[in-house]
Ligand binder design. Sequence first.
Ligand code: NAP
Length: 323
Amino acid sequence: MKAVAIQAFGSPEGMAVIDVPDPSPGAGQVLITPAAIGVGGVDAMIRSGALAAYGFKEGHIPGGEIAGTIAAVGDGVDPSWTGQRVWAFTGAGGGYAEQALAPAATLVPLPVGVSAADAVTVGSSGAVACFSLRHARFVRGESVLVRGAAGGIGIMTVQLAAHGGATAVAVTTSSAERGDRLRKLGATHVLDRAGEGSQDAPAGYDVIIDIVAGPDMPSFFARLNPNGRMVAVGIVAGYPPADFGMDMFAAFQKSTSFATFSTDSVAQPDRRAAIADLFAAAGRGDLQSVVHEQLPLEQAVLAHQKMATGEVFGRIVLTPPGV
Ligand SMILES: NC(=O)c1ccc[n+]([C@@H]2O[C@H](COP(=O)([O-])OP(=O)(O)OC[C@H]3O[C@@H](n4cnc5c(N)ncnc54)[C@H](OP(=O)(O)O)[C@@H]3O)[C@@H](O)[C@H]2O)c1
């Protein structure tokens, strides 16, 4: 079969289409014929070599999130899965391919009305959004700031916060055009990347979901209300300064909190249940999937180039040949 592999760490051009043997499902695994493959920020980090210390090697086939039809099941997996349309998290990669393996424990069936492209746009990003808001103990009537709202996670967080009864959903983004698109998804206040630019934005927020981190992250602690909670879920701008906690200590009397959050810390059954709920909401039209562009699998290099330019709003989806 055809697959896209990282031949050399670094730029997108280090990836290439190669021929590899058809995979065969082991115990607890399923073989999926993907109809859609999500292109995520983590794929780009792996491709760059930034995660080499975590065991990723050149030759790796990226792709953690796929949706398609189950072609075969391994030992210990209910054979009735065969032929079902599902979303799956491959875990270790392997998704940029005509056939891919995934642990059966991650499978979520696709309801009628939810396409494979919708599923890989809503699934993983929606789970991060949903659980990060829970991690922040967000409740109806609180105000939320989403830092880095124009990506897959941010778009889902904005929608879930708005549907969850936030009094304000402020976003940071780099252009007025993106701000308008985010308003249509539920944002109430549009700020620039520095958190400025809106006259009527709240002075403080009960919850900040931060997908960006980087050198500017500590300046956002000052925007937390008393008892406010910031949850960092991404490092789009890199790690924060080593002494970032000092800005919180400077406002000790506000009793603010900082936490990191990864869906890796959520048990699989809870993740599956949340993603099934998100798909149901998408099927009802209550949650929008924002697909930036669909590209053929063999144009994975172009997909990563587009991500590197920062032009992507939402998610790029790869489509294998014949879909
Ligand atoms: N916690 C988890 O469980 C989990 C799971 C998967 C992935 N992740 C992490 O989530 C991140 C990717 O999320 P994503 O795909 O939603 O994000 P993304 O699309 O890569 O970036 C989100 C937005 O951040 C803004 N941005 C980019 N660079 C910036 C900078 N230097 N300063 C300020 N804003 C900047 C951009 O919007 P504007 O141009 O409009 O500002 C961009 O659209 C990665 O760090 C990944 O490791 C976390």
